[in-house]
Design a protein around this ligand. Structure first.
Ligand code: ADP
Ligand code: MG
Length: 607
């Protein structure tokens, strides 16, 4: 050092170096910014510690949204008195010894940062009595300053109290939202961890009021019911699949219960809730064709993987992971999830329509002064008016009086007896009797799905049969479209569409897919050309192909307004039943509304 100084005039001029190694406390406070952003992050870290300590029962008490108090009490293995001080040191952990341990991490924690971080930005009390030991001990950490260790009476397990979060880092405190918002985030964390850890009981309170609780013995469906209500819990369809060391269990919800946000899309990996782009895509693919654009599916899924097959050390909060064999996993997951989704009941429950009409009726009654005697009239068919079946599932706050699933106690849609009476209404709808109720089907929507699936099969098997028109149909189109016709002639041919330019602003249609018998050729070809123009790509990518088929199916399908004989209706229903799913049309709108006996009894005030 002295040698360098003497050899360098510039250095000797400087009185004090500008660079200095930060004191431990400042380091921890900075690290805390990554790990502890808000009360919910403390809740997460403390519950994870309890779970790592083999707790069977965890109590979480909060005050002021967690800002003034987060207390987590567990019945886990506890800490030895000699370990209490060390637990607050940074990079001090009992879960990892060397870098190679990272390859097979089976605990939720391993970075040894959480307690050090929390201790540096709050007033913390740590009290613990190891399992099987007579004595407990306690230590306090006031924003990084440890008090002396002392003996203390304690139950087996560990209690950590975190008070006045960010009391010594006011800048950070200012970023907190209202207590209600912070509380919401804490609750979200607690519920996710409770769903991820079947076998562990949880109780959460806020200022003495019980927020949420599950008993250790409750399974995943019961936990979902506690967190999100009976309607969702009952409508869930189970998934259970295995491939070597990889297993997938859990539930998917029917598309009609989808949401605007992905908040009820929960993945758990070996007990760790996580958000992961790949898994989000998996779900999107699994619901493709069943879900209206922009809606997010609801699902609760637990993955169990050999820890060596996944890297959890990608993110300080460990909410993201990296899978080693992503491709294979993707295929496996989508296959099994899609199967489960197609078994869910996708019909619009009649109960939802009734409830909605009833509510509207009440509002109408409140608005107009009606004679007292009519106030008991709560439901009339006129009030459903122009409500479309498609609108109903989008209404978030509608809870069916009794969903079909609730009645059957099963998640699969009821099957109609083969000889169930059918009738057509207004040349648009088909009504079919069920064992205990009836359903109304939209004939166009159903036929569209049938045609679409047929076209898709033809395309996949490269067996698109083309029917030549006896007389080519000439259609006026723009110059651009004539150009597109020439450019994409082969791709169109693969789709069974034969077109040739016919002058500068028209094309001649020579043939169409045989399956689209009733098509309006001009309309179909215009649709397809528009689509190619809009997308700016050849109609060869899977997505564009599907859209072309959508339009073809739509043009070719039984329209509202076609009279059908009983045989035709039965044939249509039978074709539908043979598909993977006939419960939604190709635009993912439901094809049917179903009324159960319970709905009817309710409508007639029999219950
Ligand atoms: P990490 O969980 O990454 O190891 P933490 O800072 O969260 O780091 O915890 C430090 C250590 O303190 C843990 O490794 C564990 O040994 C101990 N510890 C923390 N919380 C508990 C608890 N509730 N029960 C038993 N031991 C605990
Ligand atoms: Mg931890």
């Amino acid at each position: 050092m002295a040698q360098i100084e003497s050899g360098c005039a510039v250095l000797s001029q400087e009185s004090r170096p500008r660079i200095a190694v930060l004191p431990e406390l400042v380091k921890n406070q900075i690290a805390a910014g990554e790990v502890i952003e808000r009360p919910a992050s403390a809740v997460k870290e403390l519950i994870e510690n309890a779970l790592d300590a083999d707790a069977r029962h965890i109590v979480i008490d909060l005050a002021e949204g967690g800002v003034s108090l987060v207390r987590v009490v567990d019945d886990g293995i506890g800490l030895q008195a000699a370990e209490l001080e060390l637990a607050f040191a940074s990079h001090a952990t009992s879960k990892l010894r060397e870098v190679s341990d990272l390859d097979h991490i089976a605990t939720l924690g391993f970075r040894g940062e959480a307690l050090a971080s929390i201790g540096s930005v709050a007033r913390v009390r740590l009290l613990s009595r190891p399992r099987g030991s007579e004595l407990g001990a306690e230590i306090n950490n006031e924003g990084g300053r440890l008090t002396a260790l002392r003996e203390a009476g304690a139950r087996e397990g560990t209690t950590i109290e975190v008070r006045d979060l960010f009391f010594n880092t006011p800048a950070r405190r200012r970023f907190l939202k209202t207590p209600a918002t912070e509380l919401g985030r804490c609750l979200d964390v607690i519920q996710r961890l409770a769903l991820a850890n079947v076998g562990v009981g949880f109780v959460a309170t806020h200022e003495g009021r019980r927020l949420f609780d599950v008993e250790a013995s409750m399974d995943l469906r019961e936990r979902v019911r506690r967190a999100f209500g009976a309607e969702l819990a009952q409508a869930l369809a189970p998934v259970d699949a295995r491939d070597g060391s990889l297993s997938l269990t859990g539930f998917v919800a029917p598309p009609r219960l989808s949401r605007h946000d992905s908040g009820r899309q929960m993945w758990f990996l070996n007990g760790r809730p996580l958000r992961d782009k790949v898994l989000t895509r998996v779900l999107k693919d699994s619901y493709r064709g069943f879900l209206i654009e922009g809606r997010q599916p609801v699902a609760f899924l637990a993955l169990s993987i050999d820890p060596a097959q996944v890297d959890v050390n990608v993110h300080p909060a460990k909410a993201e992971v990296r899978f080693r064999d992503e491709r294979r996993m993707f295929g496996f997951l989508v296959h099994h999830l899609r199967q489960a989704v197609s078994t869910t009941d996708m019909s619009t429950p009649g109960g939802a329509l009734l409830e909605r009409a009833e509510r509207r009726g009440d509002e109408a009654l409140a608005r107009t002064l009606v004679p007292a005697g009519t106030a008991t009239l709560r439901w009339s068919t006129a009030q459903t008016g122009t409500d479309t079946a498609a609108e109903v599932p989008l209404v978030r706050d509608v809870i069916p009086l009794r969903s079909p699933a609730a009645r059957h106690g099963a998640t699969e849609p009821p099957v109609a007896p083969a000889d169930a009476p059918v009738m057509q209404i207004a040349r648009t709808f088909i009504v079919r009797a069920l064992e205990d109720g009836f359903e109304i089907l939209d004939q166009h929507a159903l036929h569209e799905r049938i045609t679409f699936e047929g076209l898709k099969r033809d395309l996949e098997s490269r067996h698109m049969e083309t029917q030549r028109l006896l007389v080519p149909e000439v259609v006026d189109v723009s110059r651009v479209h004539v150009g597109l016709c020439v450019e994409h002639r082969q791709a169109l041919e693969r789709l069974g569409i034969l077109v040739e330019p016919f002058g500068a602003t028209s094309v001649a249609i020579h043939g169409l897919p045989a399956r689209v018998k009733r098509a309006d050729p001009a309309g179909l070809v215009r649709d397809v050309l528009e689509l190619i123009e809009e997308r700016g790509v050849a109609p060869t990518s899977e997505k564009v192909l599907e859209e072309v088929l959508h339009r073809a199916a739509c043009r070719a399908s039984v329209m509202a307004g076609d009279a059908l004989t009983e045989d035709e209706m039965r044939a249509l229903l039978a074709q539908g039943a043979g598909l993977e799913s006939d419960q939604t049309c190709v635009h993912a709108r439901p094809t049917r509304v179903r009324f159960t006996l319970a709905d009817l009894e309710k409508a007639f005030h029999r219950r």
